[in-house]
Design a protein around this ligand. Sequence first.
Ligand code: N01
Length: 550
Amino acid sequence: MTTSTQDTRPSSAPAAVELDAVIIGAGFSGMYMLKSLRDKLGMKVKVIEAGNGVGGTWYWNRYPGARCDSDSYIYCYTFDKNLLQEWEWSERYPEQDEILRYLEHCADRFDLKPDILFGKRVTETVYDEKSHRWTVRTDKGDAISARYVIAAVGSLSTLNLPDYKGLDSFKGRAYHTSRWPHDGVDFTNKRVGVIGTGATAVQAIPEISQQARHLTVFQRTPNFCVPARNGKVDPEVTKARKANYDTIVDNIRKSFFGFELSFIPKSVLETTAEEREAEFDRMWGDGGFAFWLANYQDMFFNQEANDVIADYLKRKIRATVKDPEVAEKLIPKTYAYGTKRQPLDTNYYETFNKPNVVLVDASTDGPIEEITPTGILAGGKEYELDIIVLATGFDAMTGPLKDLGIRGRDGRSLAQEWEDGPQAYLGLMVAGFPNLFTITGPQSPSVLSNMPVSIEQHVEWVTECIDHMRRNKLATIEAMPQAQAQWAAHVAEIVNMTLMPGANSWYMGANIPGKPRRFLPYLGLEGVGGYRRKCEEVAAKGYEGFALSP
Ligand code: N01
């Protein structure tokens, strides 16, 4: 089983001992956080990064077909206008290596690497009440003391590796998609099994099927997929966007999900069949997230409305997949459309028409029972395999934070505090853990938005907050328990108005055995725009809901 990458680059900088701030993670968020604290506030800061390069999610997820699902012109930093003008994306949805090249370029452009400690994993993050400082320790023996810790660890970085009986006995090769070997995997002439049919698998399966001799897909829950419609962007469109970036950036910051998309302000139930079919065809033709995030406004709230919209997608699956039995297996039946993350596909359903591809569905063919030395046993039948690809996802949002060994006041462990589910005021700070910020943490919009938009908003809010602390000679800022509880109640109240809690999604923590069933991100009624305004208001009122001490 291969779950670690083959890194060759050496760690680049020695550990500092006394710092102003430690940032954990050098992805989109950690890199911008470093730039902000170091260059805007002049602080002494280091980033600790487990990988041997920058990029976070784009460093680790190198599986075939990996590319972003947000349009590239807005899946990037917007804080630097020159960068926005100068960088040229090759496609609507660039591949992983291009996004990584972009982040490498940003790291060099802003001279970030000298302040990043690569190849070190944080094992302990402990608060000392007397000095009001945190000590962060790594698996390489570093001990760094700092007043502020900013966890920029990403929402989807702790992998979910199912505890299959016999996994260690498998004689072939097994890979988790988010720990993919840097020199790739050769599927030529191989019998491959892919476990999982989430957004990752939907990208990987068509690619793997082109190389493998035979591909078996093990599906536990089918997904509703919508075409990505990737391709080159018309240079005239790119030119117009570049000329209009100020407006675009303003739009996405004020939008619901961080995209230039808004719901159709009407109930689908008030439309004629012809009218809605034309809208569905338009969104289907546009590709991308429009079908999910710019559909009729009652889609997420009303089961009947949702059924009308889902019916269109079911018809598309039946029209594409030639074998009606396979088509039925690929059609979701147990949850409302849109309540699990929308995968974008390129030839996903078409792949099941290929003679070398077989679908094994847990509910009709039987679930995976164990891994044998020669394959996978499911529903009493053994499927012989040379390579197993685990596209089984992540312990989302709370997993990466729990992994940091965080102990706050009175030695309280964050992992224990969150045993019944996370609570975090605005998704930014946790009561009992002073001066510890979580970028795109649980109970913030994070994964329900175009991530760079939410990342920039959090980084800028945290920078202003720390600036305020320093200018006013304040020692600590900490979420107040009551404000935190009210925020958690608000997060729950809003999501309970929607169909989202009905799905066994990773948004609900339902993919991890034993994880409490709680909605992890924040689905604000006014989206990321409304959430941004709320955070600004809190700051303007002297950090309402936070305790600040001298
Ligand atoms: O993970 P997933 P993912 N036995 O959890 C199945 C982002 N992303 O890596 O649905 C058998 O969605 C599981 O089944 P079920 C995006 O936000 C972004 O695909 O839980 N099967 C499911 O089919 C996305 O949502 C991009 O019943 C098991 C699959 O494995 C998030 O990452 C691209 C199992 C896991 O699907 C996670 O996506 C790709 C078990 N024990 C991903 N455990 C971009 O474009 C799990 N499964 C930026």
